[in-house]
Design a protein around this ligand. Sequence first.
Ligand code: 5AD
Ligand code: SF4
Length: 448
Amino acid sequence: MKNEKLLYLETFGCQMNVSDSEKIASMLGEIGYSLTESHEEADLIILNTCSIRAKAEQKLYSLLGRFRELKKRNERLIVGVGGCVAQKEGRRLLRKVPFVNIVFGTHNLHLVADMVSAAEQGHRLVHVDFIDNDTRLDLFPKADGGGAVARFVTIMQGCDNYCTYCIVPYVRGREISRRSEDILDEIRTMAANGTREVTLLGQNVNSYGLKSPGECDFPRLLHTVASIDGIERIRFTTSHPKDLSPSLVSCFAEIPKLCGHIHLPAQSGSDAVLAGMERGYTRGDYLAKIEALKKARPDIQITGDIIVGFPGESEEDFQQTLSLLREVEYADQFSFIFSVRKETRAAGFADTVPYREKQERLSRLQQLQKGITLERNRSLVGTVQEILVEGKSRKGDQMFGRTDGNRIVNFTGDSSLAARIVPVRITRAFQNSLLGELQNEPGGGIHA
Ligand code: 5AD
Ligand code: SF4
């Protein structure tokens, strides 16, 4: 019998971190740790961190501040920091926060169980070395075969794009694509255990395989995943517009299992700003790709990311971004104020936009997007959408799931519907979700 020990695991930032955290939990499960929601009762606290903006990084330090008291009360408590801030700070973190026991970087996930075992013996350890791509292929931690209805599958990591504002290439390292056979094995196991939807995950999935001799490219990978029995839906994120190839666009017309949603961050609608960011496309290039996508899948839902207040962004540049939002009619948008990351080239650019102005631009942009989102949600009222039911919604008597286009829908129904695709008529639209009624199919029951 394993001796039960409790792990409190907190994840910051992106879906890549969420997926890494699943793997951390699974590896620590092997050495006897089970998850707890309460940091008060934990034997081990792991913070899986994000450094994309300064705010995300500050969050780590304020949380660590709260844990200082816990550590005083329980000397045996182990505190570990992983992810992008760990990668960036390395040994400095041990000096800055003397009660931290272990620090593991983005290439060192596979060491986490050994590091925790050493910490149990009183050691303090740091592992933040980047590992070369050949060695790393064999070290990629595998996702467990658990059967959640919808799961993420990491297909590549790192980024070679070096957009001028972005810290990712410095903290996640060189781009690496996992072997397609490993990815497919993982998805087959998930499907056999009940997973119906997979989201293929990477910093720039469009360039999957392109730098790995003998490996298939991303469109080919999508076709192969679609041939796996039991997988009903496929999504992917994130895509870089410059690498969105015509053959990937065609996948939206050719693969029925590929959901009609793409996250395609524009970052800005102004050519001058895009050039400063070194994004490798113009507004015109971006819009041409959007048009091709809408042609391949007329009901496609498009989401994106925008940065406001990039160094030198004028009111006119910003107006270009607002007009891009109207033209694309995004289903939703993540938007951020430019945050200086000192490792990046944009940190050396003259930043002339006052902070108040940046805040104002952000709120104008968010207002505009809110209106577009609500209008799009309202346009779905009265339609029947196929919903993959993920589980019970926060309201007790309701279930929730997503449309093919990735909108969340709550509807009255019971748990027996979980993991099935059911028709739901949309009755009300809100800002962040839809409400619907389960429909009976003409032939009787509900199809699985
Ligand atoms: N400041 C603000 N936002 C940033 N992003 C990346 N780097 C920065 C930065 N320095 C945003 C981009 C990216 C998303 C994940 O985070 O919009 O697409
Ligand atoms: Fe960062 Fe650009 Fe790479 Fe995306 S493509 S992770 S924004 S450097």
